[in-house]
Design a protein around this ligand. Structure first.
Ligand SMILES: [Fe+2]
Length: 382
């Protein structure tokens, strides 16, 4: 697949997901962190317009001069923007206007992609596509958050569940101590936070080749774990108290049984399915209850070739920090990852909501310990 074909495929994939949404679904923002679908459609388009078309095409006809203010996410180098919490206030521009915006940018991108491009420009376009694939996953999780907070729990699509994967095996893998290389090697695409290969000493450890299931977590709950402060980090204990949390996100005790909201609607919790939508705090408390621990991100990477992974983002006990040789790019693109390296934990793997071919064993995802609207799960080590 050449770059033009790849561009068309990624852009089409975003639209394909939206084809099951109602017009009313596009603008709603239930929480600050969960952006409306319309905003994602526009923001991913803004990325190509701002970082590529406006710089590469002489007298590029900007679609709408207000869009930089509306659809810039967090790039201080590119100017002021609306508050993240106000993205749901955008009843206008309409979804039709946003689709027209996408078409306008696609037409100019396709013209550009039909010319000879230098390597740096190709790399920037690939970054734009990787960015859109990241937003495809955010689109899925934000739409789930929106529909999952609708009192009648509407399905996104009856055949799309995304939460019913089960483990393929139940063995424990032993990894021998040694000095291992960590970080992305080779010439394939990766984000800047994966670069700067360095060596890490790792002691002997064991890691589960399976993820915690709903059934495992129900045992934890039945044992009174959400009431037992001894299992919790102090921040985690305050978080469950303050927010009245007593189960994973989307779980509801209904007619005497635990149910969960899935993309296919509300259904009974399947004890064999892999647990989904837990915070780092819940992951740590569960590990404590099991008298085990979460792997570090380095242990995860070393073990990854032997692991079944890809159904849930897996919390690690590593803080999200720059690798020793991390280099921040200059300008706005340098704001992509580096400035978020505080108060977040690393998650490894990928999830059932991750776009195809968007994952690799060196990928470093990162969220605040309380966040659980991504498809997050738990793998234990000791
Ligand atoms: Fe973005």
């Amino acid at each position: 697949m050449n770059l033009l074909e790849k561009y068309n495929a990624v852009r089409q994939q975003t639209l394909a997901f939206c084809s099951h949404l109602a017009v009313e679904d596009f603008s709603i923002q239930v929480a600050k962190f969960a952006s409306p679908a319309k905003w994602h459609l526009a923001h991913t388009t803004w990325f190509f317009e701002t970082f590529i078309l406006k710089k590469q095409i002489n007298q590029y006809p900007e679609f709408n001069e207000n869009y930089n203010f509306l659809f810039n996410s967090y790039y201080n180098n590119v100017g002021d923007r609306i508050l993240q919490a106000n993205r749901g206030n955008l009843s206008r521009p309409s979804i039709q206007e946003i689709y027209a915006y996408r078409k306008h940018v696609d037409t100019h991108m396709q013209q550009l992609l039909n010319t000879d491009l230098n390597l740096d420009l190709k790399k920037l376009i690939v970054l734009g596509l990787q960015h859109e694939e990241q937003h495809q996953e955010l689109l899925v999780t934000d739409v789930k958050y929106m529909l999952g907070h609708n009192p009648i729990f509407p399905a996104y699509h009856p055949n799309t569940n995304l939460s019913k994967d089960t483990n393929l095996c139940t063995n424990l893998i032993k990894i021998n101590q040694g000095i291992y290389k960590i970080g992305h090697q080779g010439t394939d695409f990766c984000f800047d936070n994966e670069l700067g290969v360095h060596q890490v000493f790792i002691d002997d450890f064991h890691i589960q080749n399976y993820l915690v299931t709903n059934g495992d977590f129900l045992e934890f709950m039945k044992d009174g774990a959400y009431q037992n402060f001894n299992l919790w980090l102090d921040d985690g204990w305050h978080w469950i108290q303050k927010n009245n949390i007593n189960a994973p996100l989307y779980w509801h005790f209904y007619k005497g049984e635990w149910h969960q909201y899935t993309f296919a609607g509300l259904c009974k919790v399947d004890p064999n399915a892999i647990l989904c939508h837990v915070s780092y705090y819940e992951a740590v408390a569960f590990a404590e209850w099991k008298k085990m621990r979460l792997p570090t991100e380095f242990e995860w990477e070393v073990a990854s070739k032997q692991l079944n992974w890809g159904t849930r983002w897996e919390w690690t006990q590593s803080a999200y920090l720059p690798y020793p040789n991390f280099k921040k790019e200059s300008g706005a693109v340098g704001e992509y990852n580096g400035k978020f390296m505080s108060n977040k934990m690393v998650l490894r793997g990928a999830s059932a909501a991750t776009s195809k071919n968007h994952s690799r064993t060196t990928y470093r995802n990162f969220f605040h310990p309380s966040e659980r609207w991504q498809f997050t799960g738990i793998r234990l080590a000791k």
